[in-house]
Design a protein around this ligand. Structure first.
Ligand SMILES: Cc1ncc(COP(=O)(O)O)c(C=O)c1O
Length: 430
């Protein structure tokens, strides 16, 4: 069984290390590189129980709404709070000389953070820009591509507004055509999803905008296969990965997309206001900046050219970097495996209850850590409230007929899954 002290000790030593690197208040040093020793790990529930204590959510509450906003671990909150204090307390020492860190973000390329993100998603730092969320990433792409009247883009009827409206704006302002394909809920297999896009494509189609995981129905798209098909036809691919960073392992080159955006304040457990956009080095020069400040037209600056937001909160980025370190410390493969083990147990249990309908896919290639399900005769909102009042289980209502969305994550224990199933059975009886 993992020893809590050694587990926490490694976080504490990381904090000490960061402090030592930072030096005296007058000379804040650049963000600390990850230097934690490898974690002590035993692949059993005890490890996850220990990890669970790193979160502020009370132990009796089971949180399953990561799809909206993740809960950051202590180490992330501490990094953010420490830096807020440091900035406020030592801002008078900022002398703007070369080699001293900025007290704000927005006017430097944030190379450390972009490198950490690039490593996480299998890209080069020059291809990654830091945004505040997925919505910004998608708007930068929709707005930045030089599209003209007659050009057609394909997306689905299940997009989150953050994955759709940038295209709608472009259509209204510039006369492009947004074509919507209707996705069966749930789809039976990946080919069905591929065929939707292929069959809708015409010679005018220039972009496929694809959700990696849809928000409300948790349908996982076969993005790798779809991007390969699009590439053969010269179609630009942009993936809405809002729900996927910190959830599944990501490799941009393997997916083969031209652009990918996400909201790491969900599954990567970064502070709210943490996003990224990837644009492949091949396609990056063809994307116009949406926001312009000093470096908007410097094509040697890589993706930093698209990061011209003016003054930002650097402490938020410290928290963001700490979230990536936390995730890496557990290990992206282990996180994904744990999430899938929990979600598979949940789905298997729900399938044993005749009154439950699972609306998210059950095909093994289309599943994720998120399950959307309903209970016969119980409106979605009542189901959400019933789970909370009876079992302190926080799911999110997706409205009728979908029911509730339940996202399993590293702060979920197997007991939480079992408590969900017991509570549903109780609701069926009463
Ligand atoms: C699939 C999908 N796309 C885009 C978004 C928008 O994310 P954000 O509000 O962080 O920009 C969400 C948020 O839930 C989402 O689930």
């Amino acid at each position: 069984m993992i020893d809590r002290r050694s587990f926490l000790g490694s976080f504490a030593s990381a904090a000490l290390l960061a402090h030592a690197r930072r030096g005296p208040a007058s000379a804040p040093a650049p963000a600390a590189a990850p230097a934690w020793p490898p974690p002590v790990f035993q692949d059993d529930e005890a490890y996850w129980r220990t990890l669970r204590r790193e979160f502020l959510i009370p132990p009796e509450e089971a949180f399953f709404n990561t799809g909206t906003l993740g809960s950051s671990p202590r180490v992330v909150l501490q990094a953010l709070k420490d830096d807020l204090d440091l900035v406020a307390g030592t801002v008078a020492h900022w002398n703007y000389k070369a080699g001293t860190p900025d007290y704000i973000s927005g006017y430097n390329p944030e190379t450390d953070l972009r490198t950490a993100l690039a490593t996480l998603i299998g890209a080069s730092p020059d291809e990654v820009l830091v945004t505040q969320n997925a919505t910004l990433g998608m708007n930068y792409v929709a707005n930045g591509l030089p599209l003209e009247p007659g050009h057609e883009i394909i997306l689905t009827n299940l997009e989150h507004p953050g994955g759709r409206m940038g295209w709608e704006l472009k259509a209204k302002r510039y006369g492009i055509y947004v074509k919507q394909v209707t996705v069966p809920v749930p789809p039976s297999d990946p080919q069905q999803l591929i065929d939707l896009y292929v069959n809708a494509t015409t010679p005018q189609t220039v972009v496929w905008s694809i959700p990696h995981l849809t928000s409300g129905q948790a349908i996982r798209f076969p993005v790798e296969r779809m991007c390969a098909i699009a590439r053969e036809r010269g179609i630009f691919t942009v993936i809405d990965g809002a729900q996927m960073s910190g959830h599944v392992q990501l490799d941009m080159k393997k997916i083969g997309c031209d652009a990918y955006y996400s909201s790491p304040h969900k599954w990567l457990l970064a502070p709210a206001g943490s996003g990224f956009l990837y644009v492949s080095s091949e396609k990056l020069p063809g994307v116009w900046a949406t926001l312009a400040s000093a470096t908007w037209d410097d094509y040697k600056a890589g993706a930093y050219r698209l990061m011209q937001i003016g003054t930002g909160n650097r402490s938020l980025l410290k928290g963001y970097a700490a979230a990536i370190e936390f995730h890496n410390r557990i290990g992206p493969a282990r996180v994904e495996a744990r999430i899938m083990a929990l979600a598979n147990r949940l789905r298997a249990g729900l399938q044993q209850i005749p009154q439950v309908t699972i609306h998210s896919p059950t095909h093994p290639d289309l599943v994720s850590g998120t399950t959307v399900w309903s209970l016969a005769g119980v409106p979605a909102s009542d189901l959400m409230d019933g789970l909370w009042t009876r079992g302190k289980i926080r799911c999110r209502s997706m409205g009728d007929p979908l029911g509730v969305r339940q996202c399993c994550h590293v702060y979920t224990l197997m007991d939480d899954v079992d408590r969900t199933l017991a509570t549903v059975r109780q609701m069926v009886r009463s």
